[in-house]
Structures are given as C-alpha cells and as structure tokens.
Design a protein around this ligand. Structure first.
Ligand code: SAH
Length: 225
C-alpha cells in the first residue's frame, strides 16, 4: 500500500523526468523509465526530501552533493549501459547515481572516499531493494583494480585531467564519462575504447565537487589519510 506521501513523490518524480530530462533531450527510454522508478527522495536527508525532485544538486553531508537529476540522466545515457554490464561508479555519494546504474546493469562497483557516505548509501540501497552493488570506501581515482575491466565507468566529481587508470580499466568497447576542467567548472568528456585507441568527445558544461585522491586534485577536501 502506498501512502499519500509516496504518491505525491511519485507524481513529482514523473514531472521531474518529463520537464527536466525528456524535454531537455534525453531520449534513452531505459534511463527515463529507471529515473521514474527510483525514489530519489530516499537518498537525501529528511530536511531536503521536499526538494528531492527539484532541478538542482542538494547537500548530502561532508560538503558533498547529490548530483542534479538532469546531469545523472545525461551521464547515464552517455554510457549506454546494457543488462550484462559491469559498471564502476566513482564518487557514489548518496548512492542515487549508483541505484540508477544498478537498475540497468549486471553489477555496479561503487567507490566513495568518505566512509560515512558509504555507510549511509549502503543502508539506503538496501532499503530500496537494490542488491547488485559492491560498495567500497577509498580512492576511486585509481579505479577498482581488483574488479576490472569495466564496460562503463562514471566519475561524479570534477577531475583536473582524465585519470589514466580508468582508461586502462575499460574493456574493449567500454565507455567512460568524466567531468574535466578547473575546480569551479568542467565539461563532460565521453570516451570509448576501441582496442588500443580511445575515441573522445566533448559533452555539456557542468559544475561538480572536486575529485580528490591520486589522480584528482591532491588533498583538496579529502577524507583520506
Ligand atoms: N553520484 C553522487 C554524487 C556525489 S558528489 C550522488 O548521486 O549522490 C561526488 C562524490 O565524489 C562525493 O561524495 C565525494 O566524496 C566523492 N569523491 C571525490 N573524490 C573521490 C575519489 N577520489 N574517490 C572516491 N570518491 C570521491
């Protein structure tokens, strides 16, 4: 039985997908369907729940944010995730983007540098019934060497340049999406691996929190020791 509260959230979620995502040009029906289904409001803290379907990022603690819904959709579409895919999600934060990817893929390996976010995201994913995720606390700028290679890799934090280990951990035909630029603004870079060649194209402008760690902005706001 759904409560009036969840029904209200379902209505808002459908409006979010129509107005902010489909109307702005995201066409992949699987991405639209998954984002209509996943309860984004479960991934934000109580005081922000009423804003969960707004057109913006929201605070999730530790100075980090859950990405704007449109950006989640654009990045997911760019990765063309298929049912049998193994996906790496770098900077999994609240776990919302992880949930979207896990609903399209076989398995998602999620790496987040802030251990308290890992704990909360793990609990949220269990609550919403998503089980095909391996969550790890650590530096995702080096990828996840023990779980590679990946069909798709998503980085949800702004990098100064493309982290080299992520290129090496792509399967042949694999895709990578990563925001690259300065600390204050970036552009999405979308890469496809063809054998030893990497075909790169440029996506929309964006503003993400900084990628920290070995291949990020060294020590900028890092929880890592
Ligand atoms: N996809 C998340 C977005 C979170 S914001 C969501 O939908 O909620 C980006 C996240 O990247 C932050 O939680 C930050 O702690 C994390 N991050 C930054 N650098 C990282 C690194 N090197 N390895 C793992 N996580 C990192």
């Amino acid at each position: 039985m759904s409560t009036p509260f969840t029904d209200e959230m379902t209505v808002r979620r459908h409006q979010m997908v129509r107005d902010q995502i489909a109307n702005r040009g995201v066409r992949d029906f699987r991405v639209l369907e998954v984002m209509r289904r996943i309860p984004r409001h479960e991934f934000v803290a109580e005081p922000y729940r009423s804003q969960a379907y707004g057109d913006r990022p929201l605070p999730i603690g530790g100075g980090q944010t859950i990405s704007q819904p449109y950006m989640v959709a654009v990045m997911t579409e760019a990765l063309s995730v298929g049912r049998g895919d193994r996906v790496l999600d770098v900077g999994s934060g609240s776990g919302y983007q992880t949930a979207v990817l896990a609903s399209l893929a076989e398995l998602v390996v999620a790496v987040e540098q802030d251990p308290s976010l890992v704990k909360d995201a793990h609990a949220t994913l269990q609550r919403v019934g998503i089980t095909n995720v391996l969550m790890r606390a650590g530096d995702g700028s080096v990828g996840a060497p023990e779980h590679q290679p990946f069909d798709a890799i998503l980085v949800a934090a702004g990098a100064p340049s493309i982290p080299k280990p992520l290129l090496a951990q792509l399967k042949d035909g694999g895709r990578l999406v990563v925001p690259v630029g300065s600390l204050s603004s970036q552009r999405l870079v979308i890469i496809r691996r063809n054998g030893d060649r990497y075909v790169e194209r440029s996506g929309c402008g964006c503003v993400f929190v900084p990628l920290v760690g070995q291949h990020g902005w060294e020590d900028f706001g890092s929880k890592m020791t």
